[in-house]
Design a protein around this ligand. Structure first.
Ligand SMILES: Nc1ncnc2c1ncn2[C@@H]1O[C@H](COP(=O)(O)OP(=O)(O)OP(=O)(O)O)[C@@H](O)[C@H]1O
Ligand SMILES: [Mg+2]
Length: 141
């Protein structure tokens, strides 16, 4: 059963992610699978995680770069990925080497879930209205 939260601003979504890290529910070694439509708050959630693990880094959307790195955090955006060949050609699987010491965060995880069978921590963000989000966190502890 996931834990369910409601947030009412981008800041609250960042704070929720920060608290999940602070409470040890998200930690190095995890692969965070972010689900949610355009503008749901996946990058905001990532910003909260980086605020905990790499506070000196500025989080931006890796839509064009595919991956941004902040310390040992690897932040992917799979919006433009449509096949396993796409994933291979950007070298995605190489990033999984040493994953135990990394935090891998993947926006648009649904685009790649057919090509990926590692265990993930699923975070689902549902846009209820302009500023309200329901967030399900499928954390283990
Ligand atoms: N409760 C909320 N949580 C998160 N973002 C919110 C919330 N309410 C409003 N917003 C707004 O929604 C937008 C979320 O943008 P963000 O880039 O984080 O979404 P995203 O899911 O990463 O989108 P994309 O699929 O384009 O990458 C921001 O403009 C933010 O200000
Ligand atoms: Mg984003």
């Amino acid at each position: 059963m996931p834990e369910a939260y409601i947030t009412y601003s981008e800041r609250e979504t960042e704070e929720l992610a920060f608290k999940l890290a602070e409470n040890g529910k998200i930690k190095y070694g995890d692969i965070i699978a972010l689900y949610g439509e355009l503008g749901a708050g996946k990058t905001a959630f990532t910003r909260g995680l980086a605020g905990y693990f790499a506070p000196e880094c500025r989080v931006t959307s890796p839509t064009f770069a595919l991956v941004n790195q902040y310390g040992n955090i690897f932040h992917f955006d799979m919006y433009r990925i449509n096949s396993e060949d796409d994933l291979l050609s950007v070298g995605f699987y190489d990033y999984l080497d040493g994953a135990g010491e990394k935090l891998i965060i993947i926006e648009w995880f649904d685009k790649i879930e057919g090509f990926f069978d590692e265990e993930t921590v699923k975070i689902e963000i549902i846009k209820l209205n302009e500023n309200e989000r329901r967030i399900y966190a499928y954390t283990r502890n």
